[in-house]
Design a protein around this ligand. Structure first.
Ligand code: HXC
Length: 515
């Protein structure tokens, strides 16, 4: 056969394979506002950077008439390309082909590209749009998922793993994302659940829509399974590109530096943001914007556990991970969800050489029956654990309240913060003045002629004694009490002098965090 004929045959085979599930299935996909799997990859990656592999892989199903069926590419597209010029490995499940369900060869394509990502030490992006394990392929589908989960775990902390949920993802299709670092969802398009509404109705008799069970909003606001929420696939891809600008390719590298830019001080001035009344809340994100380059703060899990704020920014051009109590929501307390949110982010930053800046203003861990029964002890301990094990540069600034367990947990010097600074407004104490006075002066207040006056006097005394940064500074628990306007310069200085920090921990197989 001539080269021309061979090339024509290749083109014909490619055309068949590229047709996905066919015109009708593609039309159905588009009618729901979704791009096709290939369009998604091409839109996300840099123009003309995508190279596809394993296009001609065929499925291995034999039962239920599967051997007669042709499933182009076995319902998943895999390859390599670049984002912002940096290499990535990628796969996208094609819902138009057997609902993107995962059979053995489909799984093999995914695990092959995962193995490449690990060998090449480049990030892995998975675009998930799948009905889960391919029912007709039985245990081989389950085996396929097991192979993926194993690799997700092995890759964890070595390369960044990103999951994009762009369809109704059920069963195994949601556990792989749960093992990855960042999960992106799109309103009305993404759905995640272990078992769908049909099964729930059959087993429990409960009725619920897919959206209410596991839609994008539920995942971003309530479960915390998703880290980024958007209104369209395009917006979601823009978010991914932005995330990639802040993180390194792998755990050996550091994130690429950008040119240093001052904050946009016209919009964000600490003295205009930080209230003089210590009881008044404020948006800690504005404090972050007031001190970071270009006032550019990329928030993670913005809609979940809003009493803590996490995200990336740059200081003097270098990526920094911020963890900050949010006084606007529940006074910034640590509770079950905010502890989980912070702990995971701290571990991501530590794994990928991103220094941590912690801004503290909290009355402590949230008391209450609900929280105790939901395991605030176990979840809260995750914050202690992740800060203590982190060896990246850790700098803490106490803005206002740092009470009780909250003081210790929010990267205090005792958990090995490299530098702890406090604003003069900081109050470092076992608990708030009101609560403390009621306990330690209970008898004096009770037996006083004018109990209310004595109570006020005792609160004042307590405040003067403890509700300030100077007692902690006198013990050396704080390195400097600083004017708020000095914060940016001091943070930049501390980060610069810590940039080659290396800290050795005791050799062990691994620790046992309070998962
Ligand atoms: C085989 C599947 C499939 C699956 C969907 N399809 N899911 N084929 N195995 N798991 C096929 C459908 O038969 C259909 O084929 C096509 O994909 C499109 O599906 P529709 O149902 O028409 O689409 P839609 O109405 O949008 O509903 C999507 C869906 C639904 C919500 C995902 O298909 C569904 O509930 N699927 C089953 C989900 C599920 O329970 N998965 C769990 C598997 S167990 P045709 O030929 O008609 O176009 C699992 C265990 C792993 O994953 C555990 C690991 C820990």
């Amino acid at each position: 056969m001539s080269l021309h004929k061979k090339t024509s045959e290749l083109k014909k085979r490619m055309q068949d394979a590229l047709s996905g599930g066919g015109a009708k299935a593609i039309e159905k996909q588009k009618a729901t506002g979704k791009m096709t799997a290939r369009e998604r990859i091409i839109t996300l990656l840099d123009p003309k950077s995508f190279y596809e592999y394993d296009l001609f892989v065929e499925h291995a199903g034999k039962d239920f008439d599967m051997s007669d069926k042709y499933l182009p590419g076995d319902g998943v597209i895999t390859g390599t390309g670049t984002i912002n010029g940096y290499p990535v490995c990628i796969f996208a499940q094609d819902f138009t082909v057997a609902g993107g369900s995962l059979g053995w060869m489909h799984a093999k394509k995914i695990t092959k590209i995962m193995d490449h990502a690990m060998k090449l030490k480049v990030p892995l992006i998975g675009i998930n749009d799948s009905g889960g394990a391919r029912i007709q392929e039985g245990v081989n589908s389950l085996a396929g998922y097991g192979e993926i989960f194993y690799r997700n775990t092995q890759a964890s902390g070595i390369i960044p793993q990103i999951s994009v949920i762009l369809g109704p993802c059920a069963g195994g299709a949601v556990y792989s994302p749960a093992l990855t670092d960042f999960v992106f969802v799109v309103d009305k398009i993404s759905k995640m659940f272990i078992t769908g509404p049909e099964v729930i109705k059959t087993v429990l008799g409960e009725e619920i829509s897919m959206e209410d069970l596991g839609g994008a909003r539920i995942q971003a606001e309530i479960t915390g399974n998703a880290h980024f929420f958007s209104n369209s696939e395009q917006e979601c891809f823009d978010q991914i590109k932005r995330l990639f600008s802040f993180i390194p390719w792998n755990n050996i590298k550091k994130a690429d530096p950008f040119p240093k830019k001052p904050p946009r001080s016209r919009n964000y001035k600490i003295e205009n943001i930080f209230p003089t009344n210590p009881r008044q809340p404020y948006d800690v994100r504005d404090i972050i914007r007031a001190i970071v380059d270009d006032s550019d703060f990329f928030e993670v899990q913005e809609m979940f556990a809003q009493n803590i704020v996490i995200g990336f920014a740059r200081m003097a051009g270098h990526t920094v991970g911020f963890v900050a109590n949010q006084p606007m929501v529940l006074a910034g307390v640590l509770d079950v969800d905010s502890s989980d949110k912070a702990a995971r982010f701290i571990r991501f930053c530590n794994a990928f050489n991103i220094p941590l800046v912690t801004l503290v203003d909290l009355p402590g861990y949230l008391p209450g029956i609900d929280q105790e029964h939901a395991g605030v002890i176990r979840h809260g301990a995750k914050v202690l654990y992740s800060y203590s094990e982190a060896t990246v540069p850790k700098i803490t600034v106490i803005l206002r309240k740092a009470y009780g367990g909250g003081y210790i947990a929010m990267c205090s010097s005792h958990l090995r913060a490299d530098f702890v600074f406090a604003w003069p407004t900081a109050e470092i104490a076992v608990m708030g003045p009101e609560g403390a006075a009621n306990i330690i002066f209970r008898n004096e207040i009770k037996n006083a002629e004018k109990p209310e006056e004595v109570r006020k006097q005792k609160i004042k005394e307590y405040k003067e004694k403890f509700a300030n940064p100077y007692v902690a500074a006198a013990y050396g628990y704080i390195d400097a009490v600083i004017e708020p306007s000095e914060t940016r310069n001091l943070l930049i200085h501390s980060l610069e002098i810590s940039s080659d920090k290396s800290e050795i921990r005791l050799n062990k197989k691994h620790g046992i965090p309070p998962f």
